[in-house]
Structures are given as C-alpha cells and as structure tokens.
Design a protein around this ligand. Structure first.
Ligand code: NAD
Length: 489
C-alpha cells in the first residue's frame, strides 16, 4: 500500500465545486493515494474584503504540500481585486504553464483532426507584472518586463519537455519585428538554447501569423513556447478549436511547487446546473498524478476518459446530434468514466505513460545571478507631460533650458514616433513627450555622462516649470546600445 501524498485542493467558484467533486470522485475510485487538505479561495474571500482572494492559512497549506489542485475562481469585476491566479503563480514561482491540447475527432466535433500540441507559456513576466501607471491626462502605461533568466528557464523547459515526452518540434512565437529588445531577447535565447537540442526541430513565427496558422492548421504544431500574454491568448484559441474550452487542463510548474487546473474560468452562468464538463479539471488532475509519481492511476483514468468520449457519453458543451450518443450531466459523466476504469479506448489510441520516468530535474532551472556586464551611461530619455502641440517649440525651450556643452537634445518622440527633428505634421501628438538627451559623442561614439548630470538636467527643466513624469537611462552594455531608436529616427 503506497503512502498518501498530501495535496491542497480548492473548489473555487461558479462551476468549480461541481467539476471538482466530479474530478475527486474519479480520482478516489481510481485509487489515487491522496491526503486532501481543502482551502477556501476566491469570491467569498474577495467579498469579505480580502483583496488577494486567499488568506494566510491557505498559503501555509500550499507551501507545505507544494501540490495544488485548483478549480476556477471568479474575479469580481471592478478595481481593487488582484487576480488570485496571477498571485499564486508568482508567489509559488510557477514559471511554466503547460497546456496540452488535442482533438478527439470524430468523437468530439472539431474542424480539425490530428491536432495534438502542447503550449508552454511563460507564467510570471511580460505585461502580467501588473506595473501600470497613469502618466498624463491622456496617457496610461503598462510595463512589459522580459528577463534573461525567466526566458532561459521557460525555453529550456520547453526543450526538456519535448525530449522527455517524445515530441519532435518546438515552435517559438514572439513579436520581435516590433519589440526588438524584449521579444528579440526571447527569440535570441530560443535560437541559442535550441542549439543544445539538435534532435528537436525548431521554428519561429511572428505571433500574429503564428496564431493564424495555429487556428488554420493546428496539426502542424507540436510544442509551442511563448511569452505570457501570447500564451494566454493562443491557448484559449487552441482549446476552443479542439472542441471546447471545457476539455483542456494545465500544469503550472515551479522549482518546488506545482498547481494543476482547468484552462477555463468559473462559467458562473452554468453554475449549479450539473451541466459543466469536468474534463478540463480532470486533465489537470491527470497531470498532477504524473507529477507526484502516481503514473498508473493517471494512465488508467486517462484511458477510461478517452473510452467515455469514444462511447459518445458527452456533456452538453461537446454534445452533437449524430456524433454523440448520450448527453449527460457533470455527475453522470464522472460516473461514466468510473464505470470504464480499467478499460481502454478501442478506436482512439490509448495513452501510455512511461512508468519508469524519473521526475524532472528542476535544479537546472535555478538561475544564478551572472556577473554584471560593463555598462556606460550615455544619456537619458526624459518623459514630459506637456500640453503643447508643436514639438519644435518644446525642442527650442529645452535646448535653451539645458544649455550644456556635454549633452544635447537629439530626438523628441510622441507615442514612440520621432516628431523632432524633421517630424511629419501628419503625426498625431498627445500630451506625453519623450525627449532624448545624449552625451555629445566622443570618437568611439560611446561618451559617458554621470548620474549627477541627469539630475542636473532634471533640476533645470523643473526650475523652468516643465513637468517630467519619468526618465529612462540610456546605457551601452559593452558596445551594444541598451535602447532602441525612435520610430523614424
Ligand atoms: P469561462 O471560461 O468561465 O467561460 C467561457 C465560456 O466557456 C462560457 O460560455 C462557459 O459556459 C464555457 N465553459 C467554460 N468552462 C466550461 C465547462 N467546464 N463546461 C462547459 N462549458 C464551459 O470564461 P469567462 O466567462 O471569461 O470568465 C468567467 C469567470 O472566470 C471570470 O470571473 C474570470 O475572471 C474567471 N476566470 C478564472 C480562471 C481561473 O480561475 N483559472 C480562468 C479564466 C477566467
């Protein structure tokens, strides 16, 4: 008799309790060895005034069991509430979101057949850092952060996942034609780490055409690795075209902790009707069983589930006259899966998991801090809230105000587009101006200035009643500039 593995379970909101009860029923009947600790998260806590949606005792359980099976929760509309999903992923360091997605044609209707892909989404960075500011009357900003260690980790994870799971190809999606530094880094690291995996085919697509190809010919993809926001969007597309968002589960993997869930939300309109499909959460639970080493139980449940789908026993989100045989509720679907435990699908290929697979070595994802590169400050982008409309006027004012032989105003941009010098009158200007002040170039083009010089510039503009709202220092790292040109510069 194997020992029970402690896990933390949250039943969530909306359809959450129904699909979790159905899932736990199947796990129990299949003989999963689990010691379940239930915690309360989500709407009830939000409405009690706990803006994070989770309390300290729940964190205590999660940090102890390190395994979290979570039903979807409802994030109340309106300000002040933090997304619990984002908080959990970031607090527990769950850097990789793994979302397998496949079609089950002809048993589940889909325009595609033969789709069987895994999306590996970076889970902690990108625009999800939640660093947003209102800067002027007209302009709001959200900061996109892509880090080298975060990217190296997720890209390596994607390749390691491909090798461990017998996958042949890894595709990277980014938008590096536009975001040359952030997405450019992601793409570059993909190419570099990819060299260590010669047995895996590699390709990169710009996210827009990549997403279009995914929607049109999903069978051409195998493993996809991408940034947080793109991954969020394309995994819903992939799940939906596979037949239903109700089918796919996901794993959120960190160095020490892991969380397993359905990819869909709490579907509040369906709640309490015994009509939701528990398959997404069940697939999350199957990934959890593999993670904790209960691989035979996982395989047994997965094959029983495939058999249920093949037998045409369907919840109403995937029910189709002619294809399906019987429409069932959430509970009845779970009973149908339990009745098929020990059976395999007869027409679809049964799953077979490697019983001797060793757990992934997570130590390779520990990212030590690298030594700093030589870095030279060469200027500063000063952002102004300026109500005027003519960039020539702003340039003239600033040239007179700054009046310093060591630095010069080299460019003014508005919404990223260069408007001075030689701007185009067609360019629409808002009240948010970026003024690039750089050191007057020395012979090698990298002439340093001091931080004190930046403060001097800021003091001068403030004394002249111009309102700077933020600055970005302009650095060279070795001989490489750490800043992009303005559009049109
Ligand atoms: P949703 O995924 O809840 O629902 C989208 C559509 O899919 C609805 O038509 C719904 O009926 C259907 N659907 C979803 N799951 C289904 C299932 N298991 N069986 C049958 N049909 C299913 O997305 P939404 O409506 O945008 O969001 C509802 C709430 O869920 C929001 O409060 C949102 O913040 C939250 N949410 C939570 C999570 C999470 O906890 N991981 C993820 C996404 C959204």
């Amino acid at each position: 008799m194997s020992t029970k593995v402690p896990i933390t379970v949250a039943k969530g909101d909306g359809i959450g309790p129904e699909i979790m009860d159905a899932t736990l029923f199947i796990l129990q009947e299949a003989g999963a060895q689990l010691e379940i600790e239930e915690i309360e998260i989500g709407e009830k806590l939000y409405l009690r005034g706990i803006t994070s949606g989770i309390d300290d005792s729940s964190w205590e359980s999660l940090l102890r069991t390190k395994v979290f099976l979570k039903a979807p929760i409802t994030t109340p509309q309106g300000g002040g509430y933090k997304s619990l999903n984002v908080t959990t992923r970031k607090t527990l360091g769950l850097f990789a979101n793994v979302r397998p997605c496949r079609t089950y044609t002809p048993y589940v209707d889909s325009k595609h057949s033969g789709m069987d892909l895994v999306i590996i989404r970076e889970n902690e960075e990108d625009l999800y850092a939640g660093i947003e500011h209102r800067q002027t009357d007209e302009v709001y900003q959200c900061l996109k952060l892509i880090t080298r260690p975060g990217t190296e980790r997720i890209i390596r994870y994607a390749f390691e996942y491909a090798v461990a799971n017998g996958r042949k190809k890894v595709t990277c999606f980014s938008k590096d034609n536009i975001m040359k530094y952030t997405d450019g880094l992601f793409h570059k690291i993909f190419d570099k780490i990819g060299e260590e995996y010669p047995q895996i085919e590699k390709e990169h697509w710009i996210i827009d055409i990549g997403a279009a190809k995914l929607a049109a010919t999903p069978e051409e993809f195998d493993v996809i690795v991408t940034e947080n926001l793109y991954g969020d969007i394309i995994s819903d597309i992939a799940a939906q075209i596979a037949g239903s968002v109700g089918l796919a589960g996901s794993a959120n993997i960190g160095l020490n902790c892991a969380m397993f869930e359905a990819i869909h939300g709490s579907a509040p309109k369906r709640a309490g009707q015994n009509s939701a499909n528990p398959s997404g959460l069940l697939h999350g639970a199957i990934l959890m069983l593999i993670h904790i080493g209960q691989i035979e139980v996982a395989e047994n449940i997965h094959n029983a589930w495939l058999r249920t789908i093949e037998d045409g026993i369907h919840t109403n989100d995937i029910y189709k006259e002619g294809t399906s045989k019987e429409m069932v509720g959430t509970k009845e679907f779970a009973q149908a899966v339990v009745a098929r435990l020990g059976k395999k699908p007869e027409k679809m290929k049964p799953v077979s998991y490697n019983k001797n697979a060793k757990p992934m070595d997570m130590s390779i994802y520990k990212m030590p801090r690298r030594p700093s590169e030589p870095k030279t400050l060469v200027g500063v982008d000063v952002f102004f809230h300026w109500p005027g409309t003519d960039p020539n006027e702003l340039a003239n004012q600033l040239t007179q105000i700054i009046n310093d032989e060591a630095v010069e105003v080299t460019m003014i941009s508005n919404r990223g587009t260069k408007v001075w010098p030689h701007g185009n009158p067609e360019t629409y200007c808002t009240d948010h101006w970026r003024v690039r002040v750089k050191s007057v170039s020395s012979s090698n083009g990298i002439a340093p200035i001091t931080h004190a010089k930046v403060l001097e510039i800021l003091n001068k503009v403030t004394a002249a009643n111009l309102e700077f709202i933020k600055t970005e220092n302009l650095y060279y790292f070795g001989n490489e500039p750490g800043f992009t040109l303005g559009q049109g510069e």
